[in-house]
Design a protein. Structure first.
Length: 248
């Protein structure tokens, strides 16, 4: 029997996008999955939109208290039944072979943590041609100045990592903080250089605010990783060069 993959999607006021995101999961060439839609206190029509899908592999889980993507993902991790765990943001889309190619790659490498290349998309999730290439491997030291792991591309083997190690802290850039913590434990992340994900950028998001992005990464260096000033500045310089390169 094929291995079950649990897909965790935090949803907050995503009525314009969540339908297309769900459809890209349902169209996957690998079909043994469960899709956990964690509603994070949406005030729009997201819940009613999600309820139109009757596939038994889809589970809609409304949080009693929303407002935190990390908390939503952590709820999904807790409820996941599969051996493998994947994240997908509510406005991103997957290529039809994403699950199969990532799972095959994970088994080939006997890896605990894998990620793929991805492409920036416009407000309609149409690829712009700008692809961020996944390196073959990524260590903790390399990751500190190279935030190349995008949440919607990752997959974990829960036989090699326990759920507690994947729980996300309730801080800004909680996903990056989580990747660093896992890598710091000695795990190597393996990169599949295939463009399997479209990262939708619909106007001014938190990620597109450069000053805020610098504040967030600096806070991670100093508060999460407890790096000294000089080490933090060195990592920040490397991060800035690569961040600019990804967007030009």
């Amino acid at each position: 029997m094929e291995d079950l993959i649990s897909i965790v999607v935090p949803v907050y006021n995503a009525e314009k996008y969540i339908g297309k995101t769900i459809e890209t999961v349902l169209k996957q060439s690998y079909q043994n999955f469960e899709l956990l839609l964690i509603d994070d206190g949406s005030t729009d029509a997201s819940i009613s939109k999600m309820k139109t899908y009757t596939d038994t592999r889809i589970r809609l889980i409304p949080l009693q208290q929303g407002g935190c993507a990390a908390r939503a993902r952590n709820q999904g991790i807790t409820m996941a039944k599969g051996r493998y765990l994947a994240f997908l943001d509510a406005d991103d889309v997957w290529c039809e072979s994403k699950l199969k190619r990532t799972l095959d790659f994970m088994k080939e490498k006997d890896a605990a943590f894998v990620f793929t290349s991805y492409e920036f998309g416009d407000a309609d999730a149409v690829g712009t041609g700008k692809v961020v290439r996944a390196p073959q491997t990524l260590s903790y030291r390399e990751a500190l100045s190279r935030t190349v792991i995008f949440t919607s591309t990752v997959m974990f083997d829960l036989h090699k990592l326990n759920k507690e190690s994947i729980f996300m802290p309730e801080v800004k850039s909680e996903d990056t903080a989580t990747w660093w913590r896992i890598l710091r434990s000695g795990i190597t992340a393996y990169g599949l250089d295939e463009n399997l994900v479209i990262y939708r950028r619909a106007g001014q998001s938190l990620s597109s605010n450069k000053l805020e992005a610098i504040r967030r990464i600096w806070s991670l260096y100093r508060n999460q990783e407890q790096l000294g000033w000089w080490k933090s500045l060195t990592c920040l310089a490397g991060w800035a060069v690569r961040a600019v390169a990804r967007r030009i």
